[in-house]
Design a protein around this ligand. Structure first.
Ligand code: FEO
Length: 395
């Protein structure tokens, strides 16, 4: 069997995408999964589908358990194509009695598939349906991470099916959190949060408060990507709280690109100043680190130092890429500084400062510019910048 029973009569029927390496700008260098769940009761419900190229695998998985034609309901927790790409074909095959979706999900389904004739049943927060012995309660989770997103909660099984929230992009043959290496699992979960949910941190905070108020009993969280949480439910909820508050460690990220090593030499001098203050530091060269891994390191860091030489009156394209991506994710509460070498004009530091102002970074220093190749005096200023930032991190 390729499928897996996750609770009595509730089965994982999703697919593993071992080969995806880019998820619109996010480096999925260990692949991902598209999780789909079959709830078997007097009524049979399929919760979410999979990306279109994997449609046949989904059908084969369902056939391990039942004829697809016997499915009564399809629940669409989220309309993004990685979960709905195969929906039209599945609807043609299943001919469901009802398709449950949120109000915004209804609009999104219409604008994606242009099918007025599907048997939509719009559900809001607080609505529930009975499948027989099991019930499914719906909770709209607008902007986590799309307007249409919602959770499905099955109280009889204490199971929260959480759409994209609590996911990880990691392809594995294992299905549960306690079957894989935990530090690696948490690293994937953190990267997923940083790249997909950081922008919506205020919504995550409100949602966690609401779930606590509702007193939902949850002993399993099944997201639409990656491993299912059963051993570490408390820890992933606690981690989401910490990430949503953007709590920072005494840590700095030095991210830079360099042409002829001058900016890199400056980065190493800044590193020295920070190190002497006892700060934990990540040095990340943009040539060898993907933007999505850098953003993951920035999630829990207090300070970011951005280094770029000047090219054509601006910064290097790699730094512009990172700053554009990072600004969209709205990190909060960071200290920042810029540095870089230049040949004759030296605008890179000014442009980086402009990005940091828009991101509301606390810019503690106007930044350091060095003409061509740094001398000992320049490098001493870089060490002092590291010291200054290190002291600010420690408060
Ligand atoms: Fe996994 Fe927002 O789709």
């Amino acid at each position: 069997m390729t499928t897996r029973e996750i609770k009595k009569n509730i089965h994982w029927v999703g697919v593993v995408d071992w080969n995806i390496r880019d998820f619109h700008g996010y480096s999925t260098y260990k692949g991902t999964t598209y999780n789909s769940f079959l709830v078997m009761d007097e009524k049979i419900a399929l919760v979410d589908t999979v990306k279109k190229p994997f449609k046949q695998e989904l059908i084969d998985h369902i056939r391990e358990l039942t004829d697809p034609e016997k499915i009564d309901y399809i629940i669409v927790n989220h309309v993004e194509m990685d979960h709905s790409g195969s929906l039209p074909d599945m609807i043609d095959l299943i001919k469901p009695e009802k398709i449950f979706c949120s109000p915004m999900g209804h609009k999104a389904l219409l604008s994606h598939f242009h099918r007025e004739d599907w048997p939509y049943e719009i559900v809001k927060s607080g609505d529930s349906i009975s499948l027989g012995k099991k019930t499914v309660h719906f909770l709209e989770t607008k902007m986590l991470h799309w307007p249409d997103s919602m959770f499905s909660y099955i109280p009889e099984d204490k199971l929260l099916i959480s759409s994209d929230a609590f996911g990880q992009h990691w392809s594995t043959s294992e299905r549960f959190d306690d079957e894989v290496d935990k530090p690696e699992l948490m690293a994937h979960a953190s990267k997923y949060y940083a790249n997909i949910l950081m922008i919506f941190s205020p919504n995550v905070r409100k949602l966690l408060e609401k779930v606590a108020e509702m007193g939902l009993e949850i002993d399993m969280i099944a997201p639409d990507h990656g491993l299912i949480w059963r051993e570490n439910v408390g820890e992933i909820l606690e981690s989401y709280g910490r990430w949503a508050r953007q709590e920072a460690k005494q840590k700095a990220v030095i991210v830079y690109d360099t042409m002829w090593k001058s900016t890199e030499t400056m980065a190493k001098a800044i590193y020295k100043g920070l190190l002497e203050e006892g700060i934990s530091i990540k040095m990340m060269d943009l040539k060898t680190n993907h933007r999505s891994d850098i953003v993951n390191e920035i999630l829990d860091t207090k300070a970011v130092l951005f280094g770029s030489p000047t090219l054509n009156n601006g910064m290097l394209p790699s730094m512009a890429d990172l700053l554009t991506y990072l600004k969209g994710l709205r990190p909060t509460g960071k200290i920042g500084a810029a540095f870089g070498s230049f040949g004759w004009s030296g605008e890179a530091v000014k442009h980086i400062n402009g990005f940091m102002e828009k991101m509301k970074f606390d810019i503690l220093d106007p930044g350091i510019k060095v003409k061509n190749v740094p001398i000992a005096e320049d490098l001493q200023k870089c060490v002092e910048l590291g010291t200054k930032i290190g002291q600010a991190i420690k408060g």
